[in-house]
Design a protein around this ligand. Structure first.
Ligand code: ADP
Ligand code: MG
Length: 296
């Protein structure tokens, strides 16, 4: 990974993890979200009742865990949950000045009235100015048929995604970014499983010669990167099985790569020895006592 500056990244992760243990800070973030989304027709955030350094008490919230919707919900339920999840995650910075940075299914519930309930504000990114405008600028440049790829390179350097001394081939940079800009170029874009799968494996391909290896992740973008790559789960469970549900529905999902084709797969228990059934055609080795495949 010649492009990556690892030390500041680790510092950022250390700071954010220590924050997760501070309940007073978590309470403040939760209440900021609760206030920002009060009265929202689609999103509900329970209010904080009290908090000390050791205890955080908030209003109770009944509902169906998102993990169950992912595993057993109809296409309509999954689509709606997915839309609400994405709207919540990406509206947080402009509405609450915060980004919810732990978007795994255990932290979301579908309430009886159809709203998406949100929990767990231990990991947040403070973005008082909203999401960085730089993303919008990059996308707008890439939407041009004759995109100014030198300007893209300048933007990436200015924001620390390309470090000094790291060379990128501009044609390769264009080819890398163009598919990622495609969804926002058109009025309506269908995120098919094939598209998501292809893009996920393409941008995370770290083999020698791949341009992904040239990029840096500046510390201030770590949590944004985490959130922007996460929320596909409700849609991914449409056809072939890539989502597994644990019988209890409570354990944390775990992402792994298929050993054979390196596709990223998500399972709901850390105990499953999973093999992907997609690009490489290998069957999952899923022990029934640990989890089940959610779709045919
Ligand atoms: N307000 C709430 N209403 C109902 N259940 C909750 C509430 N807050 C937390 N829980 C339950 O407790 C679990 C853990 O809480 P969470 O805030 O996600 O902590 P952690 O940081 O340990 O993941 C949640 O997954 C959920 O099942
Ligand atoms: Mg949680």
């Amino acid at each position: 990974m010649p492009g990556l500056d690892v030390k500041p990244l680790l510092e950022e992760l250390k700071d954010r993890i220590s924050e997760e243990l501070d309940y007073e800070l978590e309470a403040m973030s939760q209440q900021m979200f609760a206030d920002a989304y009060a009265g929202d027709p689609d999103i509900y955030v329970p209010s904080v009742v009290m908090a000390t350094g050791q205890v955080l008490v908030s209003e109770w919230m009944d509902g169906t865990p998102l993990s169950r919707i992912i595993a057993e919900g109809s296409k309509e339920q999954r689509d709606r949950a997915g839309i609400m999840l994405v709207r919540f995650l990406f509206s947080g910075p402009s509405r609450a000045g915060l980004l919810h940075a732990d978007p795994h299914p255990g932290n979301f519930r579908l309430l009886g009235d159809g709203r998406l309930g949100v929990l767990d504000f231990g990991a947040v990114d403070r973005l008082p100015g909203g999401l960085p405008r730089f993303f919008g600028r990059l996308l707008r440049i890439m939407h041009d048929d004759d995109a100014d790829i030198e300007e893209v390179e300048r933007e990436l350097r200015a924001h620390g995604f390309l470090r000094d001394g790291i060379h990128v081939d501009l044609d390769a940079l264009h080819a890398f970014l163009a598919p990622l800009a495609e969804p926002s170029k058109v009025d309506s874009f269908k995120f098919t499983r094939e598209w998501m799968r292809e893009e996920a494996s393409r941008v995370t391909d770290m083999r020698a010669g791949n341009i992904s290896r040239q990029f840096n992740v500046p510390p201030s973008y770590v949590l944004i990167h985490r959130v922007s790559t996460a929320p596909g789960a409700p849609w991914r469970s449409g056809g072939q099985p890539v989502i597994y549900s644990s019988p209890s529905g409570t354990s944390r999902p775990m992402a792994r790569r298929c050993a054979a084709c390196s596709l990223r797969i998500t399972c709901m228990t850390a105990l499953i020895s999973a093999r992907c059934v997609n690009a490489c055609g290998k069957l999952p080795r899923c022990r029934p006592e640990h989890g089940s495949i959610s779709s045919p």
